[in-house]
Design a protein around this ligand. Structure first.
Ligand code: SF4
Ligand code: SF4
Length: 192
């Protein structure tokens, strides 16, 4: 098992440092492949960062008619090859998480490649490097799936089709209701 992206939505403060970091990543043409969504504007300030989920069986790659989307040896689902992509948008329709985008000017798809130039050498992706609250972390897959201090989700049920992802989500801690920073980290926002 290798390293995966771990996202703990409860820690996100919506600062969008991950978006800026992604834009600055070399090879990204200043287009962010990370999105930060406002969950219920007007009701809550809750926000969530959304990178590619790096599915173990990626619908984007399977639906591409020209095999432009390749999967790296460690399972990272790469962005479409500039040489092969024909901009047909099949991947955008196939992805259940709405991740790939197509640059209509260049007629080419772009999406999060987990900063493969960095992560293939063991370095964290830009988004994880710059996130000030540790919402996004690049961690050992085994450690987070089986030893996480809170429940995690990495399997998704889309109408009976189960999709397993390499991006792992930390679920809200509904037992202790401890949000934000933990006590051991100096600032505690206890909600009990
Ligand atoms: S989340 Fe979408 S773009 Fe990412 S690997 Fe899965 S199907 Fe492909
Ligand atoms: S992992 Fe890299 S490519 Fe993916 S969103 Fe983060 S910075 Fe962008």
């Amino acid at each position: 098992m290798g390293k995966v992206l771990y996202i703990d939505y409860e820690r996100c403060i919506g600062c969008k440092a991950c978006v800026i970091g992604c834009e600055e990543c070399s090879g990204h043409d200043h287009l962010s492949r990370m999105f930060v969504d406002e969950l219920s504007p007007g009701e809550t300030v809750a926000t969530s960062p959304t990178p590619c989920m790096h599915c173990k069986t990626p619908a984007c790659a399977e639906s591409c008619p020209v095999q432009a989307i390749s999967i790296a040896p460690d399972g990272t689902v790469l962005s479409a090859s500039l040489e092969k992509c024909i901009g047909c948008k099949n991947c955008t329709y196939a992805c259940p998480f709405g991740i790939p985008k197509v640059d209509d000017v260049k007629n080419v798809m772009y999406k999060c490649d987990m900063c493969y130039d960095r992560t293939s050498k063991g370095r964290p992706p830009m988004c994880a490097s710059v996130c000030p609250t540790d919402t996004i972390r690049f961690v050992d897959e085994e450690e987070i799936k089986y030893d996480s201090p809170k429940p995690v989700q990495y399997k998704w049920d889309f109408g009976g089709t189960i999709i397993e992802t390499r991006t792992v989500i930390g679920l809200p801690d509904t037992e202790t209701h401890r949000f934000g920073y933990w006590e051991s980290e100096g600032v505690q926002k206890h909600n009990e």
